[in-house]
Design a protein around this ligand. Structure first.
Ligand code: NA7
Length: 552
C-alpha cells in the first residue's frame, strides 16, 4: 500500500494535477496524486469520442513552465486532436518522471478536515486512507458527465455511448443507425465523423449553437519554428490577455454598432476565413455588453449557416435565435453544417418534437419512433462543481462542501472556500477557468498556490483559509462583473442551467485572465489579505473593480 502521509494530496492527474505535482516537487514537498483513471490525461483521457479536438490552438494549449518541453514537442495540427493531446500529457508525465507519485485506478470518495491534526484525511475506493497537510483538487471543470433523465433510457436494446466516457477501443458505426442527442461542442465535433461511417444519423437538437469554422490545417515546420522562437513573448502576452491566448484575430478597436455594415461584413469575412473562437468572441468592444451589438455578429453567423445548408427549413432550425452569440460557449467545427447536406443525416427539432421516451428500439420524439442501433449522449457536463460534488468533502465542523454550495459555489478568488482550511481548487468556480485557455489558467493557479506554500514553508503548522468576509466580497464581485453582460441571458452550463435543479449562478470569473492575474498577484504582494493564517488575517481587501479595464 505504501506511504500514507504526505505534505500534499492532489486529486486528479490532468493538466492541473500534473503541473501541481511538478511544482510541489520543486518546493521539496512530498505529494501523492490520486487519479480515477488508469493513466494521466483528465479530460483528454475520457473524451475519446470521434472528432474530439481542442478549440484553442495547440501551440497555446500547452504548458509554458518548461522552455525545453516547449522546444521539444512538435504539434502536428493547428488544433490538436484528443489522441495528440493525450500523447503530450503522457510525454509530460514520463519526461518529468511524474508517474511514481501518482496512484492510478483510485477514486477519492471522501476528504475530511481533521481539526486536531490540522490536516486532511482522504479516503479512496481502494480502501486506503491517506493524510496530508494540504489537499488540492485538480478535478477539472468538465469532468462529470450529465446523463439526461430521459424516461426509458435504460430500456434501450442497443448500445448507449456517452461522449465524455467514450470506450477506449472505439466504436464502429459502420452500417448502424445512430441517434445523437445533444448539439454542443461534443455533438458538433462528433456528428460529421459518425455520419461518414454510419448508415443513418438522427441528430436530436434542443438548442442550436453558434458555430465558427476551425479552419484546421497541418502546422508547417517553418511556422512552428517561428512560434518556438517567440514563445516567451507569446506566453507573456497570453498571461495578460482577456482569454489566456495571444494568437488569433485581434479585437476590433471599433464597436460593432459603430462600424458601417459593409466594413463589418468585410471584417467578419476575414475572421471567418481565419477561423477559431477568438475571431468571434470579444470581436468588438460592445458585443459582450450590448445585445444589439451581439446581434450583428449573430446575423452574420446565421447568414453563413444559410449559405452552407441546402435545405432552407433545416438551415433555419440550425440558426440560433433565442440567446446572444457568445453567451453559450461558441463551438468550433470541421464540416458540421455541411453534414446536414448528406442523405443519411436528419435533424430532429426537440422544440417541435420533444423526446417522449426511449424504448427498446429507439427514441420516440413527438410521437414518432426513430428506430436506431446506437444512442450517443453528447449531453454535456455538470460543469465546474460536478466533480467536486461527487466527493464527500467535509471542512470545519463537518460541514459538507455540497451543503455550503447548495445555493451556488462560493469561493475567495476561486482558490479557497471559507471553512475548508488548507484546501485549494485549481481553476475552481470564481476564477476565469472555462472562460479562458484552461492551460494558461491552470498554470497561473498552480504558480500562485506554489508561491503561497513556499511562503508557509518555514511555518509547517500554519493553517491557511479564506476569510468568510473575503469570500462574500469575491463571490459578489464575480456576479457583479457578469451581470451587465450578455452571459446572463442564456441557459448555459456557465450558469448551471443545463443540470435540472442546479442553482442559476454564473460560475466563472469573466473579468479576464490578465485582470484576474493582477488581482491574485496584488493579494500575494499585500501579504494575502482575505486569507487567515491560524485564524488571523487582514480583512482589508484590494478594490477588485479597480483592476478591470475601463469600459470603452
Ligand atoms: P454542452 O455544450 O453542454 O452541450 C450539451 C448538449 O446536449 C446541448 O446541446 C444540450 O442542449 C443538449 N442536452 C442536454 N441535456 C439534454 C436533454 N435532456 N435532452 C436533449 N438535449 C440535451 O456539452 P458538450 O460536451 O458538447 O461541450 C462541453 C464543452 O466541452 C464545450 O463547451 C467545450 O468547452 C468543450 P441545450 O443547449 O442545453 O438546450
Amino acid at each position: 500500500m505504501g506511504k500514507s502521509n504526505f505534505d500534499v494530496i492532489v486529486v486528479g492527474a490532468g493538466f492541473a494535477g500534473l503541473y501541481m505535482l511538478y511544482k510541489l516537487r520543486e518546493l521539496g514537498l512530498s505529494a501523492c496524486v490520486l487519479e480515477k483513471a488508469d493513466d494521466v490525461g483528465g479530460t483528454w483521457y475520457w473524451n475519446r469520442y470521434p472528432g474530439a479536438r481542442c478549440d484553442i490552438e495547440s501551440v497555446e494549449y500547452s504548458y509554458s513552465f518548461s522552455p525545453e518541453l516547449e522546444q521539444e514537442w512538435e504539434w502536428s495540427e493547428r488544433y490538436a486532436s484528443q489522441p495528440e493531446i493525450l500523447r503530450y500529457l503522457q510525454h509530460v508525465a514520463n519526461r518529468f518522471d511524474l508517474r511514481r507519485d501518482i496512484r492510478f485506478n483510485t477514486t477519492v470518495t471522501r476528504a475530511r478536515w481533521q481539526e486536531k491534526e490540522a490536516g486532511w484525511q482522504v479516503d479512496t475506493d481502494q480502501g486506503d486512507t491517506l493524510t496530508a497537510r494540504f489537499c488540492i483538487f485538480g478535478t477539472g471543470c468538465l469532468s462529470s458527465p450529465n446523463r439526461p433523465n430521459i424516461p426509458g433510457l435504460d430500456n434501450f436494446g442497443g448500445d448507449i455511448f456517452v461522449t465524455g466516457l467514450w470506450p477506449h477501443d472505439g466504436v464502429d458505426f459502420t452500417g448502424k443507425r445512430v441517434a445523437v442527442i445533444g448539439t454542443g461542442s461534443s455533438g458538433i465535433q462528433s456528428i460529421p465523423v459518425i455520419a461518414r461511417q454510419a448508415q443513418h444519423v438522427a441528430v436530436f437538437q434542443r438548442t442550436p449553437n453558434f458555430v465558427v469554422p476551425a479552419q484546421n490545417r497541418p502546422l508547417e515546420d517553418h511556422e512552428q519554428a517561428e512560434i518556438k522562437l517567440t514563445y516567451r513573448d507569446l506566453r507573456e502576452q497570453a498571461r495578460h490577455s482577456i482569454g489566456g491566448v495571444a494568437r488569433g484575430a485581434a479585437p476590433s478597436p471599433r464597436p460593432a454598432l459603430a462600424t458601417p455594415p459593409e466594413d463589418l461584413r468585410r471584417e467578419l469575412d476575414e475572421r471567418w476565413e481565419f477561423g477559431g473562437l477568438g475571431g468571434f468572441l470579444n470581436s468588438h468592444p460592445d458585443t459582450v455588453f450590448d445585445e444589439k451589438a451581439a446581434d450583428c455578429i449573430a446575423a452574420y453567423l446565421r447568414m453563413r449557416v444559410r449559405g452552407i445548408v441546402q435545405d432552407p427549413a433545416t438551415a433555419e432550425l440550425l440558426c440560433p435565435t433565442t440567446y446572444p452569440v457568445g453567451s453559450k460557449r461558441l463551438c468550433v467545427d470541421i464540416g458540421y453544417f455541411e453534414t446536414f447536406n448528406r442523405d443519411n443525416v436528419t435533424l430532429v427539432d426537440l422544440h417541435a418534437y420533444p423526446i417522449d421516451r426511449i424504448t427498446e428500439k429507439g427514441v420516440v420524439a413527438g410521437g414518432d419512433l426513430h428506430d436506431v442501433d446506437i444512442i450517443v449522449l453528447a449531453t454535456g457536463f455538470d460543469a465546474m462543481t460536478g466533480a467536486l460534488g461527487r466527493i464527500d468533502i467535509r471542512g470545519r465542523d463537518d460541514q459538507a462542501l455540497a451543503d455550503k454550495w447548495s445555493a451556488g459555489p462560493r469561493t475567495y478568488l476561486g482558490l479557497m472556500a471559507a471553512g475548508f482550511p488548507n484546501m485549494f481548487t485549481i481553476t475552481g468556480p470564481g476564477s476565469p477557468s472555462v472562460i479562458s485557455n484552461m492551460v494558461t489558467s491552470i498554470e497561473q493557479h498552480v504558480d500562485w498556490i506554489g508561491g503561497l506554500l513556499a511562503d508557509l514553508h518555514d511555518a509547517p503548522q500554519t493553517v491557511i483559509e479564506a476569510m468568510p468576509e473575503a469570500e462574500e466580497v469575491w463571490t459578489a464581485h464575480v456576479t457583479a462583473v457578469a451581470e451587465p453582460t450578455i452571459f446572463m441571458q442564456a441557459n448555459s452550463w456557465y450558469l448551471g442551467a443545463n443540470v435540472p435543479g442546479k442553482p442559476r449562478v454564473f460560475m466563472p470569473y469573466i473579468g479576464g485572465v490578465g485582470t484576474y492575474r493582477a488581482i491574485c498577484e496584488a493579494v500575494a504582494a499585500q501579504g494575502y489579505p482575505g486569507f487567515a493564517r491560524d485564524g488571523k488575517g487582514k480583512a482589508a481587501l484590494p478594490d477588485f473593480f479597480s483592476f478591470l479595464p475601463m469600459p470603452a
